[in-house]
Design a protein around this ligand. Structure first.
Ligand code: SF4
Length: 375
């Protein structure tokens, strides 16, 4: 049984088309939609003895905005029947700008959804076309306007940089346009080419150019400068919030080893040092649920050493960094002794800072956060 307030993630594994850069699990065929929703209801009930209480819910995917209002209402009804939901739950849904009407957003708000994450990616139609997105800049602008008009006061925007033919000037235009809406949260991801994506195949065939490593650092620094100048808190490598209260409470659970339950194909869960993940296949998922078994693909018990490394890696990706006293009591090791040589070097090179018992990354440290995993 959980002892901390957990997060609930629901993966909606359908998209009308596949974006070029996407490595998330989803399928284009939507004829399995109703079977999936019936199975999801059963999966929601499977975990009633392991999880009792959630204070964040995140409906992601895939494309959750393909769900009708009634389908979403049914999902929430199953969740509410099975678990206690805190009255101050952060309830987020990811939406594709092209899918949402004024009426749809009003209905989402009346269902209790209080946070909208809009997959805008760019305010340039050429970039959207290159990425294979099925929405346009005008649709993105309308979606944000409708969201505000319907009372959404916690809006997140996802943006991507480091794209073929995108220079800093073009990227800044996207950032400035995003800022003109004063979103509560902005995520800026560097384009990465996963081998499983259509864009990677195009890259291999046509060899289009992408910004070099130095240019990518420049994109990162420009982003951080511009958003911090506009009073956003750069609280994680790719994430910015208008205030500490507006950080994604759900995503922070992933970074802090807080329990979370992931439902739907490919979703990951974590509880009591155990992580498990579902089959990344709609058919496989449906088959397992039909047999009355959990649709789990595999699981692992994390050793103390794995937990220590993960907490170090994830902590150094956040502005809050690592609370050394808490780290010692949770992971039974004194980082400043255990990793003394490397930490001293990183402090000397201004990659890390040590302040009032917290080890935190500098801006330069955040820029190379992935390589800090190796320390
Ligand atoms: S980026 Fe989002 S909308 Fe595009 S294919 Fe991936 S999950 Fe679907």
């Amino acid at each position: 049984m959980q002892s901390e307030q957990a997060g609930l993630y629901i993966h909606i594994p359908f998209c009308l088309s596949k974006c070029g850069y996407c490595s998330f699990y989803s399928i284009k065929s939507i004829n399995l939609f109703s079977q999936f929703l019936a199975a999801l209801k059963k999966e929601i009930e499977f975990y009633r003895h392991d999880f009792t209480y959630f204070d964040t819910i995140y409906i992601g995917g895939g494309t959750p905005s393909l769900l009708t209002v009634q389908q979403l209402a049914d999902i929430f009804s199953s969740i509410n029947k099975t678990y206690k939901i805190s009255p101050r739950t952060e309830i987020t849904i990811e939406v594709n700008p092209g899918d949402v009407s004024d009426e749809y957003l009003r209905a989402l708000r009346s269902l209790g959804i209080n946070r909208l994450n809009i997959g805008i990616q760019s305010f340039d139609d050429g970039v959207l076309d290159f990425l294979g997105r099925r929405h346009t800049v005008s649709e993105a602008i309308i979606a944000v306007d409708y969201a505000r008009a319907n009372g959404f006061n916690n809006i997140g925007m996802d943006l991507i940089y480091g794209i073929h033919n995108q220079d800093i000037k073009l990227w800044k235009k996207t950032l400035q346009k995003a800022l003109s809406f004063s979103p509560e949260h902005i995520s800026c991801y560097q384009l990465s080419l996963d081998e499983r994506t259509p864009l990677y195949k195009r890259y291999k065939q046509s060899g289009f150019s992408l910004p070099e490593e130095n240019a990518q650092v420049k994109f990162f620094m420009t982003t951080a400068d511009l958003l911090e100048e506009s009073s956003y808190i750069h609280y994680e490598v790719s994430n910015f919030a208008r205030s500490n209260n507006l950080r994604s409470r759900h995503n922070m659970k992933y970074w802090q080893h807080t329990p979370y339950l992931g439902l739907g194909p490919g979703a990951h869960s974590y509880l009591h040092q155990k992580r498990w993940w579902n089959l990344p296949s709609v058919n496989g998922y449906l088959k397992k649920i039909k047999q009355g078994t959990l649709p789990v693909d595999n699981s692992e018990e994390l050793t103390l050493e794995q937990l220590q490394l993960e907490a170090l890696f994830l902590g150094l990706r956040t502005k809050a960094g690592i609370d050394l006293k808490l780290y010692k009591s949770k992971y039974k090791t004194d980082l400043l002794i255990e990793k003394k040589m490397i930490i001293d070097k990183l402090l000397e090179n201004k990659i890390l800072k040590l302040n009032r018992g917290f080890l935190t990354p500098t801006r330069a440290g955040l820029a190379i956060a992935d390589s800090l995993a190796l320390i």
